[in-house]
Design a protein around this ligand. Structure first.
Ligand code: KIV
Ligand code: ZN
Length: 388
């Protein structure tokens, strides 16, 4: 039986940490409702103690979202947890996300503490949060660089204290997929009470491995992925929601699924890019402008014979506009004939051979040959076919 991977969206919290991306409550509320419609299971709505604006956003989102769990972030600090609980008081399904750094970098440099002291604070924070909500997620910050033995002790202790979800963040985006997968597998095999909670993958993209690491994590037994639309987030960003969802959909043999309505992925990606004023890179998987564009002659020829030769996803499935045959100096005759046909010209193979020469001259001058250029080429050819 296939198993569900819960999608924890943190666009409104980690995603909003992108410099210049600050959202107001109204913008956050609109996005939260759209994330709920997309089918995310958990929305991390903000970090309530961080500012009055974030407190207000979490409160307002809690009032209107009905199906998704609403999560508020806190440090392992009593006041943070109390404020998060206050902001979540209207939520139908509230979750407090609390935690502390567990790597020696954090323990020594940030807290000037010992492993035992941090372990005690971790347990304490979960117990505090449990006074307010049933659903408590604990994050072991920098788990990616935390010693596995110690991490297993922390995970066991916070589950015993009542954590329902334990987040294993690769905060610095350091891990290789194999390492991150092994870390999750280690916890699955060495934490005696691991079956009482869900392990969660929260990966950053500093080495471009966030998606691969999250997938390695769920393959090894984690059942929640923390991600953002367009992969937005601190520094090089977080795991991209659209990527992990489509990886699991494409690779059904993994036996894992999500509840995401994939047809909303492109529209929501555009909305997030506009609202946050961060354009999507053109070659971004699933939602980039070129994700379904074909420009080289060899690819175009194959694609026009059968789209499956060069496309693994049907653009409609992810709400994209459709596949595009882009005309550049690398394009071939079949693409040219196809584009002419699309705008109403029926040319023979011989016509196309002649037209192709003049097309290449235009294409060498311009980055892309557009519809207007095609009309001009056709007009010139009809006027003087031999020398067009
Ligand atoms: O990257 C990280 O470790 C985080 C935690 C606060 C969950 O964002
Ligand atoms: Zn993060």
């Amino acid at each position: 039986m296939d198993q569900q991977v819960f999608i924890f969206d943190t666009t409104l919290r980690d995603g909003e940490q992108v410099p210049g991306c600050k959202l107001n409550t109204k913008e956050k509320l609109t996005l939260a409702l759209h994330l709920e419609a997309l089918g995310v299971d958990i929305i991390e709505a903000g970090f309530p103690i961080s500012s009055p604006g974030d407190f207000e956003s979490v409160t307002e989102i809690s009032k209107v979202v009905k199906n998704a769990t609403i999560c508020g972030l806190s440090r392992a600090v009593q006041k943070d947890i109390e404020v998060a609980a206050e902001a979540l008081k209207f939520a139908k399904r509230p979750r407090i996300h609390t935690g502390i750094g567990t790597s020696d970098y954090h323990i020594k440099a940030k807290f000037n503490a010992t492993r035992e002291e941090i372990l005690a604070r971790a347990v304490q924070s979960v117990k505090w949060a449990k006074n307010f909500v049933d659903d408590v997620e604990f994050y072991a910050e920098d788990a990616g660089r935390t010693d596995n033995d110690y991490l297993a002790r922390v995970v066991e202790a916070v589950i015993k204290a009542g954590a329902t979800v334990v987040n294993i963040p690769d905060t610095t985006g350091y891990c290789l997929p194999q390492q991150y997968g092994d870390k999750i597998a280690y916890l699955m095999n060495h934490v005696p009470n691991v079956d009482k909670a869900i392990l969660s993958c929260h990966c950053h993209n500093d080495l471009g491995l966030a998606t691969a690491n999250s997938i390695a994590g769920v393959v090894a037994g984690a059942r929640q992925i923390e991600c953002t639309i367009n992969g937005l987030g601190e520094r090089a960003g977080n795991t991209s929601l659209e990527e992990v969802v489509m990886v699991l959909k494409q690779h059904k043999h993994l036996g894992l699924y999500t509840n995401i309505n994939t047809r909303m992925l492109n529209p929501l990606s555009r909305e997030v890019a506009d609202t946050m004023r961060v354009p999507v890179q053109v070659n971004k998987a699933i939602v980039g402008a070129n994700a379904f564009s074909h420009s080289s002659g060899i690819h175009q020829d194959g694609f026009l014979k059968d789209s499956l030769t060069y496309e693994i996803i049907n653009p409609e499935e992810v709400g994209a506009e459709g596949s595009k045959i882009v005309l550049t100096a690398r394009s071939g005759r079949s693409a040219l004939a196809h584009r002419f046909q699309k705008i109403g010209y029926e040319f023979t193979r011989n016509d196309i051979d002649v037209l192709y020469e003049s097309f290449l001259q235009v294409a060498d001058r311009k980055k892309e040959v557009g519809e207007e250029d095609l009309h001009q080429l056709a007009k010139a050819y009809k006027a003087e076919p031999a020398i067009a």
